[in-house]
Design a binder for this molecule. Structure first.
Ligand code: GLC
Length: 710
């Protein structure tokens, strides 16, 4: 349709149709035996056929054949407006990829883009039009269960992954039949929940918001995402769902976003609990005035907004604006002409879990794994006698959270995979954590693979934890195995940076495998036996103790920094019972080969506005095996008008190196890389010294300096 036709359509719509258009219904409401068991006012919803035919959007999915019928039903309302079908396609639809926190450790946005493209093809053919992804919240605290959905603690890397995910999901454009409209979330700063506690409050300076937390949402908007989801938390004491500065001033006016804003589940109703709305009507009005277009599952737009508009007709244009934004998105996707456009059960059947998709899932799983320790025990040799044990050894679901369309049975189990990879397996008959039996088997084997971590059910939404240590049974096994001198490979399956400091000294190798997805078993076996090399590097700091959290590499210096050469000083910023440093730092990861860094060079010692600076560092593969090394470049502004982080990632590159081969990693620093947000909300660069650093992670860095002069 052209705009004039959309305008005419809006004018034909009744108020009831408009209120239904800005309302989202759950797909299960279309099932005959539907019984509402939602959180919030939707518990009382009376679903009738009119609502089914006029609801603007639908959340959830049914079988592809059912979706075809549903889409035809939803387009049979008075004005034949098709519904938009939306789902959380976070790290795969049916072919499941590693959790985003794992995939991020590949430092490979192109790979992220490919996984999102595959997810989009499988989901769109199955009847889904839009995904509530990517989740780009920056996270510095692994107590928060949703850290698994994020790509970690760094603004620069998160922005790169956000852009790649949006492009991957949307493909050549949302008008294409295999495109999935992307909804970036949770706007904004949901990852900063205090104490890592789910649904908790957040509070930070506007400078911190601008300088650290908003980058990734901006990147998604600049990449063309068509929807934005409001976060559950407050921003500057105003809930994101009714925060006009956030949703209008920043998102629309500054960033030029012209898509659709949707709330998170029931977050409009939560304005009442937040104590900024007396009732549903006030909540609806505040959200509408702030710029929310779709109410996800609170019902207040449907049940209460109409009365508010009767009392205050100035709200009508805002409702019309919201409706028009939704109609435009549907029009962009070609759904008016073809309500079932892209839905193709036969194609879905061919695409889902096809060999090509599985191969990408395997590749992504390989590249997500991070080798944190290896005392010459990995890779294992074919035929190696291996005892498998630990609380996660028998866990069949290694898909990770937010993978409800996936099926763990789609991939072979860890034990099957280890057997296929050539292990001479010793498997406890009774219980994978029976110390006596495991130790007895370990006596007869060359190595014990202790699969530990946390079950999927303890991760993702509503799964914050205060204790991040390994399970007591795993630690007890580890101590017993250490005592008898067994070699142990700690295989960590988790959705966050667990506290591994008790375990690290007791084992010979640590492989952080996250939740690798559909091809988890095969990928873990490949890495353990060396068919694939662990090349990932952490995108979140691993704490020694929960008490260190939040913990992140790009921290502000303090007035009393603890200096490495003066660790005995007490009147400095430190703990008396734990070092300040993480157990494993941001950017850290080992491999089956080794690398030497040398010869950090700058193309100049002084740069002026508009000029760029070339930074290079040599990297040599000093091991016996080819590998891919992720080289990182950081900057520090040692003195400015506001306190600046001790370092910030400003570039990275991967070098493929054969044994003995040396290459140069090159980075080009621009004025943009030197910029920051000051306290007057201006983004600028200040003249003076800058320190440039390069190395394999955020701690082992070569340094040099240059001056930026105006
Ligand atoms: C949840 C999550 C959000 C998700 C939405 C729909 O509460 O916060 O990330 O997209 O509801 O499932």
């Amino acid at each position: 349709m052209i705009q004039r036709e959309l305008d005419e359509l809006l004018n034909r719509m009744t108020q009831e149709e408009k209120l239904a258009q800005v309302f989202q219904l759950a797909a299960c409401c279309y099932e005959d035996d539907f019984e509402p068991d939602f959180t919030g006012p939707m518990r009382e919803i009376e679903v009738n056929d009119t609502l089914r035919k006029t609801a603007g959007t639908v959340i959830g999915a049914l079988e592809p054949e059912e979706m075809l019928k549903l889409q035809k039903l939803c387009a049979s309302g008075p004005n034949r407006i098709p519904a938009l079908f939306m789902l959380d396609v976070i790290h795969g639809f049916r072919t499941i990829f590693p959790i985003p926190l794992g995939l991020a450790c590949s430092w490979d946005p192109e790979l992220m883009g490919r996984t999102c493209r595959i997810a989009a093809k499988e989901a769109r053919a199955s009847g889904i039009h839009a995904t509530f992804a990517p989740m780009v919240d920056l996270v510095r605290d692994s107590r928060w269960g949703r850290v698994m959905e994020s790509t970690g603690e760094d603004p620069y890397l998160n922005a790169e992954f956000a852009k790649a995910a949006v492009k991957g999901f949307q493909g050549r454009g949302v008008g294409e039949k295999d495109s999935l409209a992307s909804c970036v979330k949770h706007f904004a700063a949901y990852g900063a929940v205090e104490s890592g506690r789910e649904y908790n409050t957040t509070d930070m300076s506007r400078g911190m918001l601008r300088d650290v937390y908003l980058d990734s949402y901006r990147a998604a908007v600049d990449a063309g995402c068509r929807l934005v989801m409001t976060a559950f938390n407050i921003v500057e004491r105003v809930p994101a769902t009714c925060n006009k500065w956030l949703l209008d001033t920043v998102l629309r006016k500054e960033w030029g976003f012209d898509g659709v804003v949707i709330t998170d589940w029931n977050s409009m109703n939560e304005l009442i609990a937040h104590s900024v709305a007396e009732d549903g009507g006030e909540a609806a009005q505040k959200a509408l005035e702030a710029g929310v277009d779709i109410d996800m599952m609170s019902g207040h737009y449907l049940f209460d907004l109409g009365r508010r508009i009767e009392e205050n007709s100035s709200l009508q244009p805002l409702l019309d604006q919201a409706v028009m934004r939704i109609l435009k998105l549907k029009n962009e996707m070609g759904l008016f002409e073809e309500p079932t456009r892209g839905t193709d059960p036969e194609l879905a059947g061919r695409l889902i879990l096809c060999e090509e998709h599985r191969a990408t899932a395997l590749e992504a799983a390989h590249k997500s794994m991070v080798l944190l320790k290896n005392e010459k025990v990995l890779p294992l040799k074919a035929g190696c006698k291996v005892t498998i044990a630990g609380t996660m050894a028998g866990q069949r679901n290694l898909l990770g959270g937010w993978s409800f369309m996936g099926n763990p049975e789609d991939g072979i189990s860890l034990i099957e995979a280890l057997g296929s990879a050539g292990a001479d397996l010793f498997i406890p008959e009774s219980d994978f954590t029976d110390i006596e039996e495991v130790c007895r088997l370990a006596e007869k084997s060359e190595v014990t693979v202790l699969a530990c971590g946390e079950p999927v059910e303890e991760t993702a939404e509503a799964n914050s934890k205060t204790c991040l240590r390994l399970k007591d049974r795993d630690l007890a096994l580890l101590r017993a195995l250490k005592k008898q001198g067994s070699k142990v490979v700690l295989l960590v399956l988790a959705g966050r940076a667990l506290v591994l400091s008790d375990a690290e000294p007791l084992c010979d190798a640590v492989l952080q495998a996250w939740f690798p997805g559909t091809e988890a078993g095969r990928a873990i076996a490949d890495v353990l036996f060396g068919a694939a090399q662990p090349e990932g590097k952490l995108t979140i700091s691993f704490p020694r103790e929960e008490g260190q959290l939040p913990l992140y590499y790009n921290s502000f210096r303090t007035g009393r920094p603890q200096l490495p050469e003066k660790k005995e000083e007490i009147y400095v910023s430190h703990y008396i019972d734990c070092p300040n440093e993480p157990l494993y730092p941001f950017g850290f990861g080992l491999s089956y080969t080794s690398y030497a860094y040398s010869d950090l060079k700058l193309s100049a010692k002084k740069v002026h506005p508009e000029e760029t600076l070339r930074v290079s560092v040599k990297v040599k593969n000093t091991g016996e095996r080819a590998g891919r090394e992720i080289v990182q470049m950081y900057l520090c502004d040692p003195c400015g008008s506001v306190v600046r982080p001790v370092k910030q990632l400003r570039g990275y590159t991967s070098l493929e190196l054969c044994p003995g081969e040396e290459k140069e990693a090159v980075f080009i620093i621009t004025e943009e890389d030197l910029m920051f947000w000051d306290n007057e909300e201006c983004r600028r660069v200040e003249p003076g010294r800058f320190i440039v650093m390069a190395g394999p992670d955020s701690e082992r860095l070569m340094k040099d300096e240059f001056v930026y002069a105006v």
